[in-house]
Ligand binder design. Sequence first.
Ligand SMILES: NC(=O)c1ccc[n+]([C@@H]2O[C@H](COP(=O)([O-])OP(=O)(O)OC[C@H]3O[C@@H](n4cnc5c(N)ncnc54)[C@H](O)[C@@H]3O)[C@@H](O)[C@H]2O)c1
Ligand SMILES: O=C(O)[C@H](O)COP(=O)(O)O
Length: 526
Amino acid sequence: MSKVLVSDPIDQVGIDILSQVAQVDVKTGLSPEELVRIMPEYDALMIRSGTRVTKEIIEAGKQLKIIGRAGVGVDNVDVPAATRQGIVVVNSPEGNTIAAAEHALAMMLSLSRHIPDANASVKSGQWDRKSFIGTEVYKKTLGVVGLGKIGSHVATVAKAMGMKILAYDPFISVERAEELDARLVELDLLFQEADYITLHIPKTPETTHLINAEALAKMKPTTRIINCSRGGIIDEAALAEVLKEGKIAGAALDVFETEPLGESSLKSLGKNLVLTPHLGASTAEAQVNVAIDVAEQIRDVLLGLPARSAVNIPGLRPDVLEKLRPYLQLAETLGNMVGQLAGGRIDSLNIRLQGELATNQSQPLIVAALKGLLSQALRERVNYVNASIEAKERGIRVIETRDASIRDYSGSLHLEAQGTLGEHSVTGALLGDGEIHITSIDEFPINVPPSPHMLFTLHRDMPGIIGNIGSLLGSFNVNIASMQVGRKIVRGDAVMVLSLDDPLPEGILSEITKIPGIRDAYTVTL
Ligand SMILES: NC(=O)c1ccc[n+]([C@@H]2O[C@H](COP(=O)([O-])OP(=O)(O)OC[C@H]3O[C@@H](n4cnc5c(N)ncnc54)[C@H](O)[C@@H]3O)[C@@H](O)[C@H]2O)c1
Ligand SMILES: O=C(O)[C@H](O)COP(=O)(O)O
């Protein structure tokens, strides 16, 4: 039975889902050393933001197939290390969107009306109404940095509260911004004009310290800034400085450069700073959503099924995946075959999507073909996660073409591999019942289903060849299950495809090539 380690607190509903297929150990608060020590036992790891999944932990996970982040941000996971090791990393892209957006809005209003300090004041026995004069958000300008899922919801609700919305997001279309009634502007203009600035971006090298001393200097003395995205996007030392000097009006932070927040100059600030301990996703509803979302994906991967929101496999909507699934198997089979036919080192793989397939997303098919191509060399070490990296490292150039005019089948794939030992191609399609058929080898038309042991010959179309091969195989006690010949012209070049019941014994290939008329012979094992 598979084993899953849950190293951060997650909702019981997630544990129940995982328990259907695995032994689930919930062990929170483990040190990095303890994690490295116990990781070899586990097939899956489920985390939130509390566990830092380092390269060392990943490398210790000899059996690890999947890391599930019950939330959005995967910046606490060394995703490149996981990818290299063929470990799929999944998250829950939407499970806590509303929770995080509502927290940002709550922070904006708390800061505006001094709710945390006023609450503490009443609880300490005072009735001080003068110290807590607030500001309204109505008719103020909100600058949203990052108009993705959370930023969009914040913008929608803020709009309903009568705010004017400016947005900065270089990856969002003007149309999308218009739908939200937000004006897309450059960052500097947003810094200069916004009364409130709210951050909803991932932490990347480009966004680290995006809000630094220089940026803060551009803001108005009345500006209030909210960060419910990631710690480190704001330079905390620079922020503490401008808050102390009253150069901006306030800040509300849910996330920090180091979590938990230790010694920090932020802690000595007054009511112009509101802090929460990374609570953006901490609602009952969001925790159920993310636990279900990620536990289901871990369950599926442990059962050999694909994950729906893997961050290190080409993303596919579930409905598209469902449609493409049979073609992924086709691409993988063809990749495996062409890799064996070409043999040796492969320099390039040309993949052509034909007929109906030509209008489809190609990336998953390319990954599947590469997985097949590399499977002879890398065996089970290659998978959908690391196939592209492994191919790139081997210098395999991938060329993708499309031809919608080829209409022999509803959709077919043509793969051509060029390597140190020559060039070979194979085409395949799915028949009505979903069965894979090989429809050409080296441009010779054939029509055979793939089988575990196959023999291909390139030969001259002449009498006696088939008989000679049959007798030779018979003398080695190899039984032929089926045989087909493909040729373009009578008595010209031809291919023969034999499906065999048994693997071909050592040395027989060279005997086959000695038969008069045979130019080359190849075995393919699937
Ligand atoms: N505090 C919490 O508990 C909590 C909860 C959920 C999510 N988050 C964090 O909130 C952030 C946003 O999450 P989301 O679900 O909205 O993500 P998302 O991917 O839907 O949106 C992010 C947006 O940022 C934009 N973006 C990327 N780089 C940018 C840049 N340099 N400048 C401006 N825009 C840029 C993208 O185009 C995208 O539209 C993430 O960092 C996530 O980890 C925090
Ligand atoms: O990226 C996220 O989803 C949030 O930061 C939530 O983190 P958490 O799961 O630790 O609450």
